[in-house]
Design a protein around this ligand. Structure first.
Ligand code: MLT
Length: 273
């Protein structure tokens, strides 16, 4: 756990000559959801994954906000500022940034707030729009529940719903992995993240201004951010759309091979520009 508000940074590998690839995880998880993808990534460039505020080994959202002098309210802007500060402290001034779901929301906030950092953008199983009222209310209810119960039960059902229909039937090992990862998160971090996501604005206009190479990827069986949402996102950043078969919202663990190939192509496109 860091004490200076910097986010826990997991350096999967370091290598010269290629633009660093920075991976941002989904909710309610941490960097481990990238392990399978990184194992399959070709090349020898630097690959970093950060734990977002309050999750994994990162400091709490409140401590991160304090260290940055950010407003006290949970916010993905604070998460994005913390990613930027952490990368700059590690000597990374420009990177290919890829985020899955909540990680994608943070990557979009980074594009808006720290555009100089983002040389290429990967948006996986995510959306640029804000929540509707019902989704926002549900997030705030879950935040209250995990804090009141000091347990993560209110989000434990996600160990199944994050997966696509194929994985739910054929991959009980993935349900177990997600359960282990979800249960290892603290209720405070889960509540902070839900509140931060509930308050996020629509980033479609900011994204439309992004001019670097982009990737939009979605699991064919994703129920959280379905194909139609991914198509709209691809239109916004003028990116090709990669649809991952036999995968739901957790494409990075359900079918990591095409995810690794798509990220590698993105890094190569950034280097070719
Ligand atoms: C995620 O996987 O990060 C979540 O589904 C994001 C969300 O709740 O919107």
């Amino acid at each position: 756990m860091t004490t200076d508000g910097m986010l826990a940074t997991h350096c999967y590998r370091t290598g010269p000559g290629r633009m660093p690839l920075v991976l941002l995880h989904g909710f309610p998880l941490d960097h481990r959801m990238w392990d399978d993808v990184v194992d399959l990534l070709p090349g020898n460039g630097t690959v970093l994954a950060l734990d977002l505020p309050g999750l994994g080994a990162s400091p709490s959202g409140e401590d991160v906000a304090d260290a940055l002098g950010a407003p006290g309210e949970p916010s993905l802007d604070t998460a994005a500022d913390a990613v930027a500060a952490t990368l700059r402290a590690a000597g990374v001034e420009r990177a290919v940034v890829a985020g899955l779901s909540m990680g994608g929301y943070v990557a979009m906030a980074l594009v808006e707030r720290h555009p100089d950092l983002v040389a290429g953008l990967g948006l996986l199983d995510t959306r640029s729009t804000a929540d509707d009222d019902a989704t926002r209310a549900n997030r705030l209810r879950i935040a209250r529940a995990v804090l009141a119960e000091s347990e993560v039960d209110a989000v434990l059902g996600m160990r199944r719903t994050l997966l696509g229909a194929t994985s739910r039937v054929l991959r009980p090992d993935l349900v177990e992995r997600l359960e282990e990862w979800i249960c290892s998160q603290g209720p405070a971090g889960i509540a902070w993240s839900e509140r931060a996501m509930a308050g996020r604005p629509d980033r479609t206009a900011a994204l439309a201004g992004f001019i670097g190479p982009g990737l939009v990827l979605v699991g064919a069986e994703d129920q959280f951010t379905p194909l139609a949402a991914a198509r709209r996102l691809a239109g916004t950043i003028r990116s090709d759309l990669v649809v991952v078969p036999r995968a739901g919202h957790m494409s990075s663990i359900e079918n990591p091979e095409p995810v690794a190939a798509a990220l590698d192509t993105l890094v190569l496109r950034v280097e070719g520009t």
